[in-house]
Design a protein around this ligand. Structure first.
Ligand code: NDP
Length: 307
Protein backbone atom coordinates (compact mmCIF):
# COMPACT_ATOMS: atom_id res chain seq x y z
CA UNK A 1 0.00 0.00 0.00
CA UNK A 2 1.17 3.57 -0.66
CA UNK A 3 2.17 5.63 2.34
CA UNK A 4 1.27 8.95 0.71
CA UNK A 5 -1.06 9.50 -2.19
CA UNK A 6 -1.26 13.04 -3.54
CA UNK A 7 -4.20 13.95 -5.76
CA UNK A 8 -3.38 16.90 -8.02
CA UNK A 9 -0.16 18.18 -9.56
CA UNK A 10 -0.25 21.96 -9.21
CA UNK A 11 2.00 23.86 -6.78
CA UNK A 12 0.19 22.42 -3.73
CA UNK A 13 0.46 18.80 -4.85
CA UNK A 14 4.03 19.13 -6.12
CA UNK A 15 5.25 20.86 -2.96
CA UNK A 16 3.64 18.12 -0.87
CA UNK A 17 5.39 15.62 -3.17
CA UNK A 18 8.76 17.33 -2.70
CA UNK A 19 8.53 17.30 1.09
CA UNK A 20 7.22 13.75 1.44
CA UNK A 21 9.72 12.47 -1.15
CA UNK A 22 12.60 14.05 0.77
CA UNK A 23 11.24 12.33 3.87
CA UNK A 24 11.66 9.00 2.05
CA UNK A 25 7.93 8.30 1.79
CA UNK A 26 7.90 7.75 -2.02
CA UNK A 27 4.68 9.69 -2.66
CA UNK A 28 2.50 8.78 -5.62
CA UNK A 29 1.09 11.86 -7.37
CA UNK A 30 -2.08 11.48 -9.44
CA UNK A 31 -1.71 14.16 -12.10
CA UNK A 32 -5.41 14.96 -12.47
CA UNK A 33 -7.40 16.40 -15.33
CA UNK A 34 -5.02 19.32 -15.87
CA UNK A 35 -1.43 18.19 -15.12
CA UNK A 36 0.41 21.13 -13.57
CA UNK A 37 -2.86 22.78 -12.55
CA UNK A 38 -4.05 26.30 -13.21
CA UNK A 39 -0.51 27.71 -13.49
CA UNK A 40 -0.20 26.02 -16.86
CA UNK A 41 -2.81 28.45 -18.17
CA UNK A 42 -0.79 31.48 -17.10
CA UNK A 43 1.99 33.06 -19.06
CA UNK A 44 4.03 35.35 -16.81
CA UNK A 45 4.12 34.73 -13.07
CA UNK A 46 5.64 37.82 -11.50
CA UNK A 47 4.76 37.17 -7.88
CA UNK A 48 6.35 33.81 -7.14
CA UNK A 49 9.33 34.54 -4.87
CA UNK A 50 12.74 33.76 -6.31
CA UNK A 51 12.04 34.81 -9.90
CA UNK A 52 12.86 38.53 -10.12
CA UNK A 53 12.46 38.47 -13.91
CA UNK A 54 9.14 36.52 -13.78
CA UNK A 55 8.70 32.91 -14.89
CA UNK A 56 6.08 31.37 -17.13
CA UNK A 57 3.56 29.17 -15.34
CA UNK A 58 4.33 25.95 -17.20
CA UNK A 59 8.08 26.29 -16.57
CA UNK A 60 7.43 26.92 -12.89
CA UNK A 61 5.40 23.72 -12.38
CA UNK A 62 7.83 21.74 -14.55
CA UNK A 63 10.67 22.82 -12.25
CA UNK A 64 8.59 21.87 -9.21
CA UNK A 65 7.89 18.46 -10.70
CA UNK A 66 11.56 17.82 -11.53
CA UNK A 67 12.52 18.83 -8.01
CA UNK A 68 10.04 16.38 -6.46
CA UNK A 69 11.07 13.57 -8.85
CA UNK A 70 14.73 14.06 -7.93
CA UNK A 71 13.85 12.79 -4.45
CA UNK A 72 11.71 9.87 -5.61
CA UNK A 73 8.19 11.23 -6.18
CA UNK A 74 6.23 8.96 -8.53
CA UNK A 75 3.49 10.02 -10.98
CA UNK A 76 0.36 8.42 -12.28
CA UNK A 77 -1.84 9.82 -15.03
CA UNK A 78 -5.55 9.81 -14.36
CA UNK A 79 -8.51 11.74 -13.08
CA UNK A 80 -10.05 10.96 -9.70
CA UNK A 81 -13.75 10.09 -9.87
CA UNK A 82 -14.47 8.72 -6.39
CA UNK A 83 -13.15 8.14 -2.90
CA UNK A 84 -13.77 5.89 0.08
CA UNK A 85 -12.23 6.98 3.34
CA UNK A 86 -14.25 4.69 5.61
CA UNK A 87 -11.51 2.13 6.33
CA UNK A 88 -7.84 2.31 7.41
CA UNK A 89 -6.84 1.82 3.78
CA UNK A 90 -7.88 5.13 2.21
CA UNK A 91 -9.11 4.53 -1.34
CA UNK A 92 -9.47 6.67 -4.41
CA UNK A 93 -10.88 5.57 -7.75
CA UNK A 94 -9.57 6.85 -11.09
CA UNK A 95 -11.49 7.35 -14.33
CA UNK A 96 -10.13 4.09 -15.80
CA UNK A 97 -11.46 2.12 -12.81
CA UNK A 98 -8.10 1.81 -11.02
CA UNK A 99 -8.47 1.88 -7.22
CA UNK A 100 -5.43 3.25 -5.38
CA UNK A 101 -4.92 2.58 -1.67
CA UNK A 102 -2.87 4.57 0.76
CA UNK A 103 -2.29 5.20 4.46
CA UNK A 104 -2.58 8.96 3.90
CA UNK A 105 -4.06 11.10 1.15
CA UNK A 106 -3.23 14.72 0.38
CA UNK A 107 -5.94 16.34 -1.72
CA UNK A 108 -4.67 19.13 -3.94
CA UNK A 109 -7.24 19.05 -6.71
CA UNK A 110 -7.46 22.84 -7.07
CA UNK A 111 -10.35 24.78 -8.53
CA UNK A 112 -11.81 25.40 -11.99
CA UNK A 113 -13.16 28.54 -13.60
CA UNK A 114 -16.91 29.10 -13.39
CA UNK A 115 -19.06 29.97 -16.39
CA UNK A 116 -22.37 31.84 -16.65
CA UNK A 117 -24.38 28.73 -17.47
CA UNK A 118 -26.02 30.02 -20.68
CA UNK A 119 -26.75 27.53 -23.42
CA UNK A 120 -25.25 29.85 -26.06
CA UNK A 121 -22.09 30.20 -23.93
CA UNK A 122 -21.75 26.42 -23.71
CA UNK A 123 -22.21 26.05 -27.49
CA UNK A 124 -19.52 28.65 -28.27
CA UNK A 125 -16.95 27.37 -25.77
CA UNK A 126 -13.55 27.48 -27.43
CA UNK A 127 -15.06 29.47 -30.32
CA UNK A 128 -14.71 32.83 -28.62
CA UNK A 129 -15.89 31.85 -25.14
CA UNK A 130 -13.02 31.32 -22.72
CA UNK A 131 -12.11 31.69 -19.06
CA UNK A 132 -8.42 32.26 -19.59
CA UNK A 133 -7.23 35.50 -21.15
CA UNK A 134 -3.60 34.54 -20.84
CA UNK A 135 -4.28 31.35 -22.81
CA UNK A 136 -6.55 32.73 -25.52
CA UNK A 137 -6.24 36.53 -25.51
CA UNK A 138 -3.62 36.67 -28.25
CA UNK A 139 -6.10 35.16 -30.74
CA UNK A 140 -8.17 38.35 -30.61
CA UNK A 141 -5.97 41.10 -31.97
CA UNK A 142 -7.50 44.42 -33.00
CA UNK A 143 -11.07 43.28 -32.35
CA UNK A 144 -13.44 44.15 -29.47
CA UNK A 145 -13.45 41.73 -26.53
CA UNK A 146 -15.63 41.38 -23.40
CA UNK A 147 -14.81 40.27 -19.87
CA UNK A 148 -17.57 39.33 -17.43
CA UNK A 149 -17.05 39.85 -13.69
CA UNK A 150 -16.10 42.45 -11.15
CA UNK A 151 -13.40 40.79 -9.04
CA UNK A 152 -9.61 40.96 -9.26
CA UNK A 153 -9.53 38.22 -11.87
CA UNK A 154 -11.83 40.23 -14.16
CA UNK A 155 -9.64 43.33 -13.67
CA UNK A 156 -6.47 41.40 -14.41
CA UNK A 157 -7.96 39.75 -17.48
CA UNK A 158 -9.35 43.03 -18.82
CA UNK A 159 -6.05 44.88 -18.37
CA UNK A 160 -4.16 42.01 -19.98
CA UNK A 161 -6.57 41.94 -22.92
CA UNK A 162 -5.96 45.62 -23.68
CA UNK A 163 -2.66 44.42 -25.19
CA UNK A 164 -4.62 42.74 -27.97
CA UNK A 165 -8.18 43.99 -28.30
CA UNK A 166 -9.23 47.19 -30.05
CA UNK A 167 -11.62 47.75 -27.13
CA UNK A 168 -12.37 45.79 -23.96
CA UNK A 169 -15.80 45.77 -22.33
CA UNK A 170 -16.08 44.81 -18.68
CA UNK A 171 -19.60 43.62 -17.93
CA UNK A 172 -20.47 43.67 -14.23
CA UNK A 173 -23.78 42.92 -12.55
CA UNK A 174 -23.47 45.69 -9.94
CA UNK A 175 -22.53 49.36 -9.91
CA UNK A 176 -19.31 48.81 -7.99
CA UNK A 177 -16.41 46.39 -8.42
CA UNK A 178 -15.55 43.75 -5.83
CA UNK A 179 -11.91 43.99 -6.93
CA UNK A 180 -9.17 45.75 -4.95
CA UNK A 181 -9.27 49.55 -5.30
CA UNK A 182 -5.99 49.77 -7.18
CA UNK A 183 -7.01 47.23 -9.83
CA UNK A 184 -10.49 48.73 -10.18
CA UNK A 185 -8.98 52.20 -10.67
CA UNK A 186 -6.65 50.95 -13.41
CA UNK A 187 -9.60 49.43 -15.25
CA UNK A 188 -11.91 52.40 -14.87
CA UNK A 189 -9.22 54.81 -16.05
CA UNK A 190 -7.96 52.71 -18.96
CA UNK A 191 -8.71 54.37 -22.28
CA UNK A 192 -9.37 51.08 -24.08
CA UNK A 193 -11.79 49.76 -21.43
CA UNK A 194 -15.50 50.51 -21.20
CA UNK A 195 -17.38 49.26 -18.15
CA UNK A 196 -21.02 48.23 -18.53
CA UNK A 197 -22.37 48.54 -14.98
CA UNK A 198 -25.49 46.79 -13.63
CA UNK A 199 -25.34 44.48 -16.62
CA UNK A 200 -25.49 40.78 -17.32
CA UNK A 201 -24.99 38.74 -20.47
CA UNK A 202 -28.34 37.45 -21.68
CA UNK A 203 -27.05 35.59 -24.73
CA UNK A 204 -23.81 34.96 -26.55
CA UNK A 205 -24.16 35.57 -30.29
CA UNK A 206 -24.00 33.89 -32.75
CA UNK A 207 -24.64 30.19 -32.29
CA UNK A 208 -25.75 29.88 -35.92
CA UNK A 209 -22.41 31.16 -37.18
CA UNK A 210 -20.58 28.92 -34.66
CA UNK A 211 -18.38 31.78 -33.43
CA UNK A 212 -18.72 34.71 -31.07
CA UNK A 213 -19.81 37.83 -32.93
CA UNK A 214 -21.44 39.74 -30.09
CA UNK A 215 -23.36 39.69 -26.83
CA UNK A 216 -26.90 40.48 -25.89
CA UNK A 217 -26.55 42.46 -22.67
CA UNK A 218 -29.29 43.23 -20.19
CA UNK A 219 -29.25 46.19 -17.85
CA UNK A 220 -30.71 44.71 -14.68
CA UNK A 221 -31.85 48.06 -13.31
CA UNK A 222 -33.80 49.16 -16.36
CA UNK A 223 -34.43 45.76 -17.98
CA UNK A 224 -33.16 47.23 -21.26
CA UNK A 225 -31.57 44.82 -23.74
CA UNK A 226 -28.78 45.89 -26.08
CA UNK A 227 -26.21 44.25 -28.32
CA UNK A 228 -22.49 44.80 -28.45
CA UNK A 229 -20.18 43.46 -31.14
CA UNK A 230 -17.29 41.43 -29.72
CA UNK A 231 -15.21 38.53 -31.00
CA UNK A 232 -14.60 36.93 -27.62
CA UNK A 233 -16.12 36.71 -24.15
CA UNK A 234 -13.92 35.89 -21.19
CA UNK A 235 -15.72 34.63 -18.10
CA UNK A 236 -14.06 35.82 -14.87
CA UNK A 237 -16.75 35.13 -12.30
CA UNK A 238 -14.83 33.06 -9.82
CA UNK A 239 -13.92 29.44 -9.41
CA UNK A 240 -15.43 26.16 -8.28
CA UNK A 241 -13.33 23.86 -6.10
CA UNK A 242 -12.70 20.44 -7.68
CA UNK A 243 -14.05 18.42 -4.78
CA UNK A 244 -16.99 16.45 -6.25
CA UNK A 245 -15.23 13.06 -5.80
CA UNK A 246 -15.13 13.71 -2.03
CA UNK A 247 -18.84 14.47 -1.54
CA UNK A 248 -20.21 12.48 1.38
CA UNK A 249 -16.66 11.59 2.46
CA UNK A 250 -15.24 14.90 3.66
CA UNK A 251 -16.68 18.02 5.27
CA UNK A 252 -17.05 20.90 2.84
CA UNK A 253 -18.68 24.31 2.92
CA UNK A 254 -21.82 25.23 0.98
CA UNK A 255 -19.90 25.86 -2.27
CA UNK A 256 -17.70 22.79 -1.96
CA UNK A 257 -14.44 24.05 -0.45
CA UNK A 258 -12.95 21.36 1.81
CA UNK A 259 -13.00 22.28 5.47
CA UNK A 260 -9.50 21.86 6.86
CA UNK A 261 -7.78 22.82 10.08
CA UNK A 262 -4.11 23.37 9.30
CA UNK A 263 -4.74 21.11 6.29
CA UNK A 264 -6.29 18.32 8.43
CA UNK A 265 -9.74 17.29 7.17
CA UNK A 266 -12.39 15.60 9.31
CA UNK A 267 -11.00 12.18 8.33
CA UNK A 268 -7.78 11.04 10.01
CA UNK A 269 -4.97 10.68 7.49
CA UNK A 270 -6.65 12.83 4.84
CA UNK A 271 -5.22 16.31 4.30
CA UNK A 272 -6.19 19.15 1.96
CA UNK A 273 -3.92 21.76 0.38
CA UNK A 274 -4.16 24.53 -2.20
CA UNK A 275 -7.24 26.00 -3.88
CA UNK A 276 -9.58 23.09 -3.08
CA UNK A 277 -9.60 24.35 0.53
CA UNK A 278 -8.77 28.03 0.00
CA UNK A 279 -11.32 30.54 -1.21
CA UNK A 280 -9.57 33.67 -0.09
CA UNK A 281 -5.94 33.68 -1.28
CA UNK A 282 -5.73 31.35 -4.32
CA UNK A 283 -2.10 32.17 -5.03
CA UNK A 284 0.59 29.78 -6.29
CA UNK A 285 2.74 30.62 -3.29
CA UNK A 286 -0.04 30.00 -0.75
CA UNK A 287 -0.91 26.74 -2.53
CA UNK A 288 2.74 25.68 -2.26
CA UNK A 289 2.75 26.76 1.40
CA UNK A 290 -0.28 24.65 2.29
CA UNK A 291 1.20 21.75 0.26
CA UNK A 292 4.22 21.89 2.57
CA UNK A 293 1.94 22.02 5.64
CA UNK A 294 -0.07 19.01 4.46
CA UNK A 295 3.14 17.05 3.84
CA UNK A 296 4.45 17.76 7.34
CA UNK A 297 1.06 16.90 8.86
CA UNK A 298 0.96 13.62 6.91
CA UNK A 299 4.51 12.73 8.00
CA UNK A 300 3.61 13.38 11.65
CA UNK A 301 0.46 11.31 11.30
CA UNK A 302 2.39 8.34 9.85
CA UNK A 303 5.01 8.66 12.57
CA UNK A 304 2.30 8.57 15.26
CA UNK A 305 0.86 5.44 13.65
CA UNK A 306 4.35 3.92 13.82
CA UNK A 307 4.61 3.59 10.02
P1 NDP B 1 -14.39 36.90 -6.98
O1 NDP B 1 -15.27 35.92 -6.29
O2 NDP B 1 -13.60 37.84 -6.17
O3 NDP B 1 -15.22 37.77 -8.02
C1 NDP B 1 -16.16 37.17 -8.86
C2 NDP B 1 -16.87 38.27 -9.61
O4 NDP B 1 -17.77 37.68 -10.53
C3 NDP B 1 -17.68 39.18 -8.69
O5 NDP B 1 -17.56 40.51 -9.09
C4 NDP B 1 -19.11 38.66 -8.88
O6 NDP B 1 -20.09 39.68 -8.78
C5 NDP B 1 -19.09 38.17 -10.31
N1 NDP B 1 -20.02 37.07 -10.51
C6 NDP B 1 -20.12 35.91 -9.82
N2 NDP B 1 -21.07 35.12 -10.32
C7 NDP B 1 -21.60 35.79 -11.37
C8 NDP B 1 -22.63 35.51 -12.30
N3 NDP B 1 -23.29 34.35 -12.28
N4 NDP B 1 -22.92 36.44 -13.23
C9 NDP B 1 -22.24 37.60 -13.28
N5 NDP B 1 -21.24 37.93 -12.44
C10 NDP B 1 -20.94 37.04 -11.49
O7 NDP B 1 -13.45 35.97 -7.90
P2 NDP B 1 -12.05 36.32 -8.54
O8 NDP B 1 -11.71 35.13 -9.36
O9 NDP B 1 -12.05 37.62 -9.21
O10 NDP B 1 -11.06 36.40 -7.30
C11 NDP B 1 -10.98 35.34 -6.34
C12 NDP B 1 -9.92 35.69 -5.28
O11 NDP B 1 -8.62 35.73 -5.86
C13 NDP B 1 -10.16 37.07 -4.68
O12 NDP B 1 -9.80 37.03 -3.32
C14 NDP B 1 -9.19 37.95 -5.43
O13 NDP B 1 -8.82 39.10 -4.70
C15 NDP B 1 -8.01 37.00 -5.64
N6 NDP B 1 -7.23 37.40 -6.83
C16 NDP B 1 -6.13 38.17 -6.62
C17 NDP B 1 -5.38 38.60 -7.68
C18 NDP B 1 -4.17 39.40 -7.40
O14 NDP B 1 -4.02 39.86 -6.28
N7 NDP B 1 -3.31 39.63 -8.35
C19 NDP B 1 -5.71 38.26 -9.08
C20 NDP B 1 -6.93 37.48 -9.18
C21 NDP B 1 -7.64 37.07 -8.09
P3 NDP B 1 -20.42 40.39 -7.37
O15 NDP B 1 -19.28 41.31 -7.10
O16 NDP B 1 -21.71 41.05 -7.63
O17 NDP B 1 -20.51 39.26 -6.37
Amino acid sequence: MNKILIVGSGPAGLTAALYTARAGLEPLVVDGIQPGGQLTTTTEVENYPGFPEAVDGTSLVTLMREQAERFGARHQRGEIVGSDFSGTALKITLDDGTVLESRTVIIATGASARYLGLESEQKLMGRGVSACATCDGAFYRDVPIAVVGGGDTAMEEALFLTRFGSKVYVIHRRDEFRASKIMAKRVIEHEKIKVLWDSVVDEVLDVEKNEVTGLKVKNIKTGELSEIAVSAMFSAIGHKPNTDPFKGQLDMDDVGYLVADNTRTNVEGVFAAGDCQDKSYRQAVTAAGTGCMAALEAERYLEKQGQ
